[in-house]
Design a protein around this ligand. Structure first.
Ligand code: SAM
Length: 238
């Protein structure tokens, strides 16, 4: 899958995209990431990307021309590109949207700053608008990284063991069960006996039950969105 990011701060992305599984996926050519500097699409000496809002008021707005030039350039090079503007006014990002986006061939994130982008670009040249939460950030850069990570780890080959993605919170429809590692006893706190038993069927049962319990306690609304077996319902009634 090909990711593209349009920003006025390309340097923001140098470290986060050069570590861990993202770095490995890029090296293995499972994903490709290109960062575009919006200032490269300006036509004046000072590379100005923003201007004052019509009608007055505080802040600056991204001008339409550099954005239009950048979008045209990117779409011409890669016509399959789906354009997402990061915005607190967009649809609220979740695992389902991550799964939807992971099926695309090419995904472009437009990172706003200041008061955002000229409305005519938003209205006529953007295919999707996504928010990462009900709060306002300085810019879309961190939001694009959040979405890129959530989408990239769903692409086959990015995470070594597919099983670990399928079992995660939200992917299975439930919150994930708690994990323990050695030592079996730490400051007097013990790992649940069943996990040391080697009995895989019992371990699976235990994990399913704990997942259901945690989900019921922390995010009960998730339980109504997935099919539950008779045994699940029994666990929940206990
Ligand atoms: N004036 C805008 C408003 O009130 O809706 C907020 C602009 S914000 C200061 C600047 C940029 O940050 C936005 O254009 C967007 O790209 C990004 N941004 C801020 N909050 C975001 C969020 N919750 N999700 C995604 N992007 C966000």
């Amino acid at each position: 899958m090909r990711f593209k990011i349009l920003t006025i701060f390309p340097e923001y992305f140098s470290s986060p995209l050069e570590v861990g599984l993202i770095k490995r996926a890029r090296e293995k050519k499972i994903i490709d990431i290109e960062v575009y500097d919006l200032r490269d699409f300006t036509s004046d000496k000072h590379k100005v990307v923003d201007d004052e809002p019509y009608g007055g008021g505080e802040g600056m707005v991204f001008k339409p021309e550099p954005l239009y030039r950048a979008l045209t350039h990117i779409k011409e090079r890669d016509p399959d590109t789906y354009t997402v503007y990061l915005s607190p006014q967009g649809r609220l990002f979740n695992q389902k949207i991550a799964e939807e986006l992971s099926k695309l061939k090419s995904l472009l994130f437009i990172c706003g700053r200041y008061e955002g982008i000229d409305e005519r670009i938003r209205k006529h040249f953007i295919e999707d608008e996504i928010s990462i939460g009900d709060y306002v950030l300085f810019g879309g850069e961190v939001a694009s990284l959040v979405i890129l990570e959530a989408v990239a780890r769903l692409i086959p080959g990015v995470v070594g063991k597919r099983d670990s993605v399928d079992r995660e919170s939200f992917t299975s429809g439930l919150l994930k069960y708690p994990c323990y590692t050695r030592p079996a006893e730490f400051l007097g706190f013990k790992v649940p006996e069943v996990l040391l038993s080697g009995n895989h069927a019992e371990i699976e049962n235990y994990r399913r039950r704990v997942s259901l319990e945690i989900t019921l306690k922390r995010r009960p609304e998730l339980l109504s969105q997935i099919p539950l077996s008779e045994r699940d319902l029994e666990f929940l009634r206990e």
